[in-house]
Every structure is written in structure tokens, then in C-alpha cells.
Design a protein around this ligand. Sequence first.
Ligand code: WQD
Length: 338
Amino acid sequence: MKILVTGGLGFIGSHTAVELQNAGFEVIIIDDCSNSSEKVLDGITSITGITPLFEKMDLRDKSEVQRFFKKHSDIEGVIHFAASKAVGESVEKPLLYYENNLNTLIYILQEILKLKYSNIIFSSSCTVYGQADTMPITEDAPVKPAESPYGNTKQIGEEIIRDTCKVTPNLQAISLRYFNPMGAHSSAMIGELPVGVPQNLVPFITQTGVGLREQLSVFGDDYPTPDGTCIRDYIHVVDLAKAHVVAMKRILNKNNKENYEVFNVGTGSGSTVLEVISSFEKVSKKSLNYKIVGRRDGDIISAYADTTKANKELNWKAESSLDQAMKSAWDWEIKIRS
Ligand code: WQD
């Protein structure tokens, strides 16, 4: 079975391509390499022994998207990762984000509806919940007004798919709402490659640990949490990748209950920033240079998933602990700097 992975050279996409190949699927990757590198293909190949088909293309080009799907009309499912993901940049360049993240989704939906199989998994985000009123967060928690154009593209993306599913019984879709992905493949052949100064906690920690950054700023220690720092649900990227494979199998095997479904993908437990730092110190046996600074604008206090629905319906559960995920992130950081 041929599965298209858009953005398949990116952080989550590349790990998903590996897990799809491990599960016996044939993978085709589309990526524009704007935030990734063709070298990632070598990493995928060295892990699985199979080089996925690859087309470098810009999904904003509608005629290119049409050409691609005409050529590959035997695609049975699409996992759509390709998107811009920098929250801060999205505030500066809203139109770029709406174009990149929504036009591409619309073009893909238009084309897969012409195929024999119209199956899609969409990369959504826990950002749709904003600061949820109760923890852990279930899929029924209300979607809050987005804090950024990036977050809004995830909300609107979900709505585009839901509305299309309503009038198109042939279309089978699942949105996966990711919590905080981290880590790397255990082989250290693929991992996260942030461009410039990392905005996310874990790559900033590992880059500080390896000496690339001088000091980590911890944004606020006066939140109403046990140690005063924010709580997030950090999920190993390989566990997240596996969730995509089971979600795709669910729709391919017609085990889905409705033609549009939503699942949280997290571990179900939250960690504070200071707990993440101590996990790093434990697995790296290094002490991290950090200091507490003021709160970061837009940060929510706490977000962790209720994963009951994914556990039951997808028969999927995150397997890695925070320490295991951190060890893989650290091994990867050391590997790319050596
Ligand atoms: C985690 C915690 C920071 C950096 C991200 C995406 C968001 C969504 C979920 C995809 C927070 C603290 C961070 C640093 C710090 N993903 N921190 N010092 O904010 O949960 O959101 O994941 O859709 O869109 O942006 O993740 O890694 O930035 O922050 O103290 O240098 O670490 O304040 O509490 P966040 P993050």
C-alpha cells in the first residue's frame, strides 16, 4: 500500500516514514526542503534499508499537486505534515502561514477526492485547546480562540476537513492533536534539526548541554504548579510516529466509527520545565546552566492529555518515559555535533 507523507523529511514526518516502512507500507515523500534537508532520506534509508520515493515540490503550486496525484493515482492514504510551524514567525507573517498551511491542505483534499481511496491523517495540535479549564485534556474540551496565526491554521485545518467529511462519505479523515514531541530515533540516524536558535525547550536544553548555547532561560517560576514552572506533556517522537501508523491502519481497514475523528496524542502525564531539566541532567550526567527569567508571552500554565480515547480506539499507548525520550534527544545532539 502506497502512502504519501507530505513534509516527510521533517522531524515528525521522517520518524513516521520509518515506522510506515517498518510496518510494510510503501512510502512516497513530498517536501520542499524549506525547513529540512534531502540528507534525511539517507537517515531513513540507513534505518529501514529502503529509500522512500521522494519528490521535492512546493504544495502551494496547485498545478504541481494535480500533476503529482495524476501520476500517483494509486496512493491509498496521505499523512499531511507539510506546514510552517514557528509560532512567533506566524504572528509576523500571517498570510504566509495561512497560505502554506491551508491552501496546501485544500489542494490535497481536492485531489484525493478524485482517487479511489480518500484517506487522510492531519497533523493537528494541542494548541487548539489553549489553556483548558480542566486537566487532563479530553478531546471534548472546547477549542479556544487561537493565540497565533499558526494555532489558527490548525483549528481552521480541522474545520476544513470536518466540513468536507460531512458532505463526502468517501473521505475518511483523522486529526491527531499532538502534545509536545521530543527525542529522536534510537539509532540517532534521524532527529530534530531546528533552524537557528531553538524556540522549543528540549532542543534548547540539548544544545546548551553540548555547548552550542551558553544558558537556558526558564520562562517563569511563579506559575501555580508544584515547582512554579509550566507543565507540558512531552511525547517521544517515535511513539507519536507509531500513532500515525495505527491511525492510518484504522481508516484503511475501515475500523473508524465516523468518517472524521480526532485523537489526542500525548503520554497522559505532565512534566514541569524543572523536571525536564533534571531528566536531562540525569541521562547526560551533566549539570545544565540555566537561570529563571520572566514569563514568556502567550505561555499557558499547563497542558497534558487524557489519552483514553487513543488508548481504547487506536489500541495505542505511548511507551517511552521522559528519561528515554531525553536520552534519545541527547544521543542525537551528540551525534550531529561530532
Ligand atoms: C515548553 C515549556 C516554556 C523554551 C509547542 C509549540 C506549540 C505546540 C506545542 C505544535 C514552556 C518552556 C521553552 C525555553 C523555557 N506544538 N521553555 N525556555 O510552548 O508548549 O508549544 O508545543 O503545534 O505550537 O510551540 O513548547 O517547547 O516552546 O515550551 O522555559 O527556552 O518550556 O515556557 O513552559 P510549547 P515549548
